[in-house]
Design a protein around this ligand. Structure first.
Ligand SMILES: NC(=O)C1=CN([C@@H]2O[C@H](COP(=O)(O)OP(=O)(O)OC[C@H]3O[C@@H](n4cnc5c(N)ncnc54)[C@H](O)[C@@H]3O)[C@@H](O)[C@H]2O)C=CC1
Ligand SMILES: NCC(=O)COP(=O)(O)O
Length: 345
């Protein structure tokens, strides 16, 4: 990852849905002393809930947990009778308020970045918060119209870095084609190019762009979007960004062969620096198949760093002590690295 030197970074971690594995993965991840050497961490959530989580899990989990007494915690209204695995309107509301508070404090200069534990989008809806996810709240409350969801992963096998940005996110599959257009792709590509420069010092990047249909449409026989406008969009984008090498439209099933080899076997093979996927599962199935325990969701285009584990609330295992904190740990590590890098530029 990126070199880290200088003063500690100030990070907020939101607790996520309190009925989820959020508290558990936070207590597990923060038990690593090396994090506290590089970051001042503040949890936005509830001390009593983290204490309850600690005392409930401590007797039977084999993994270390940090004691909540040693954490800075900013208290936000949290329901008292939480049952792990049984999220409801109240826990949904609390998880929204954690995020809202973290954003306000960060925009006020208290934190350089936010790491968000998972929330349940359906419970936000039940609580009356009509947002598709945390990404959109972060962007709207930061006043950013252009933003994107990008996934990062540092391979533990080869040190290769996976970067996948999504052109569309939480929309039904049958509306993907209608939602895709040149201006959305322009916006996501511009954000990606800027981000590669800002966070990875990559001035001359190579970016792979996926097709939409099987075999990228097979000359219009298996889908028409490539022929009708996607290929023209790519040609124009290449002219607009001569310093960047755009490769595409790569058949979606082919696109992930080299990254998978680079992730598992050989970090030096010739792969693009980043991948532009056209819809949620086109990007996230390979990311999660390759890197479920390491990948991190980040929001590009915000005035501060935001990362999150790539998984969700995992209500099915909440309160059982078996949640793996690796993706949360990666989210914290990436947030620290990105904040350090931005301090230096
Ligand atoms: N960043 C966020 O806030 C995200 C929130 N979600 C939300 O989470 C909820 C549940 O979504 P699902 O699709 O079921 O995905 P999920 O990631 O919560 O669960 C999928 C499977 O992976 C397992 N799993 C997840 N995290 C794990 C961990 N750290 N250790 C061990 N096993 C783990 C779960 O037990 C489950 O079997 C939905 O409401 C969704 O919207 C989903 C993804 C990201
Ligand atoms: N699939 C990614 C995801 O659900 C994360 O959404 P967000 O809440 O971070 O916007």
């Amino acid at each position: 990852m990126i070199n880290q030197s200088g003063s500690k970074v100030d990070l907020a971690i939101t607790m996520g849905d309190p009925a989820s594995i959020g508290g558990e993965i936070i207590l597990k991840a923060l038990s690593r002393p090396s994090i506290h050497d590089r970051a001042n961490i503040t949890i936005i959530g509830s001390r009593s809930h983290l204490e309850k989580t600690y005392h409930h899990l401590q007797p039977f989990t084999s993994q270390e947990l940090i004691h909540p007494d040693s954490l800075n915690i900013i208290e936000v209204d949290t329901p008292e009778n939480i049952i792990w695995g049984k999220g409801n309107q109240e826990t949904g509301k609390a998880s929204f308020l954690y995020l809202e508070n973290a954003i306000a404090l960060t925009l006020n200069g208290q934190f350089e970045g936010i790491v968000t534990a998972p929330i349940a989008k359906s419970l936000w809806q039940s609580a009356g918060y009509d947002y598709p996810g945390q990404t959109e709240v972060l962007a709207q409350k930061s006043g950013r119209e252009k933003f994107a969801m990008m996934f990062l992963g540092l391979s533990p096998y080869t040190n290769w870095v996976l970067r996948t940005i999504l052109a569309t996110t939480h929309i039904p599959l049958k509306t993907v084609s209608d939602n895709l257009n040149s201006s959305i792709l322009d916006s996501k590509l511009e954000l990606l190019i800027e981000n590669l420069k800002q966070d990875f010092n990559l001035e001359k990047s190579t970016i792979a762009v996926a097709g939409l249909n099987p075999h990228s449409g097979e000359d219009g026989k298996l889908g028409i979007e490539e022929k009708e406008w996607l290929q023209d969009w790519l040609i124009n984008a290449q002219k607009k960004y001569p310093q960047v090498k755009l490769i595409g439209l790569i058949p979606p099933d082919i696109m992930w062969i080299k990254p998978t080899q680079a992730w598992f076997r050989d970090g030096n093979i010739d792969t693009p620096d980043a991948f532009l996927a056209l819809y949620h599962d086109q990007g996230l199935i390979p990311v999660k198949a390759m890197a479920f325990d390491q990948a991190v969701n980040t929001t590009v285009g915000l005035p501060f760093v935001r990362t999150s584990p790539d998984h969700g609330t995992a209500f099915d295992i909440a309160g059982q002590g078996v949640a793996n904190p690796s993706s949360m740990l990666s989210a914290i590590e990436w947030a620290i690295a990105l904040c350090y890098n931005r301090k230096q530029t």
